[in-house]
Design a protein around this ligand. Structure first.
Ligand SMILES: [Zn+2]
Length: 157
């Protein structure tokens, strides 16, 4: 793909955040993490299943205008897109570019797959997972030891 075509697909924004290198099919889950859905007035553009210029395979890209992301949001995005890069745009310029960093723990963001886990009862206990590996992402519940892997987006609270 030529650079020009790439530019067309990923129009520059004046300010906001571009999340690149999202695994194909996960862009909608990134929006879910960010609380962007029906009724939101956020200006978002999304590209799905484009060829990655980094190598073989495809990727999704999400651009959110006039918004920079909170660390907790970036932690959650890392769980479903551990290779995502985050570009912060101000005045049409990328002022910061970094890869997401998978946190060591994921607290209060995933639901344990074990229905009998204490974090799934009416006890006021936040779910808590240790991140055990990154490729693929595997997390382990600290309460019942159940491991989650695969599409963690299915387990997002
Ligand atoms: Zn559990």
């Amino acid at each position: 793909m030529s650079g020009a075509v790439h530019e067309l697909k990923v129009k520059r924004i004046e300010s906001g955040t571009v999340i690149d290198h999202i695994p194909p099919g996960q862009a909608l889950n990134v929006l879910k993490i960010l609380g962007i859905g029906g009724g939101s007035d956020a200006v978002v553009s999304m590209v799905m299943n484009v060829e990655s210029c980094k190598g073989p395979g495809r990727k999704d890209i999400v651009k959110i205008e006039n918004r920079e992301l909170a660390p907790s949001e970036l932690d959650q995005i890392a769980l479903i897109a551990p290779d995502a890069t985050v570009n912060i745009i101000r005045d049409y310029t990328v002022v910061e570019k970094h890869k997401v960093v998978l946190p060591k723990m994921a607290v209060g963001v995933l639901r344990c797959a074990n229905p009998n886990c204490i974090s799934n009862t009416s006890e006021p206990i936040a779910s808590e997972f240790v991140v055990e590996s990154t490729h693929p992402v595997v997390v382990r519940c600290v309460y019942c030891e159940r491991k989650l892997s695969g599409n963690l987006a299915d387990h997002l609270l």
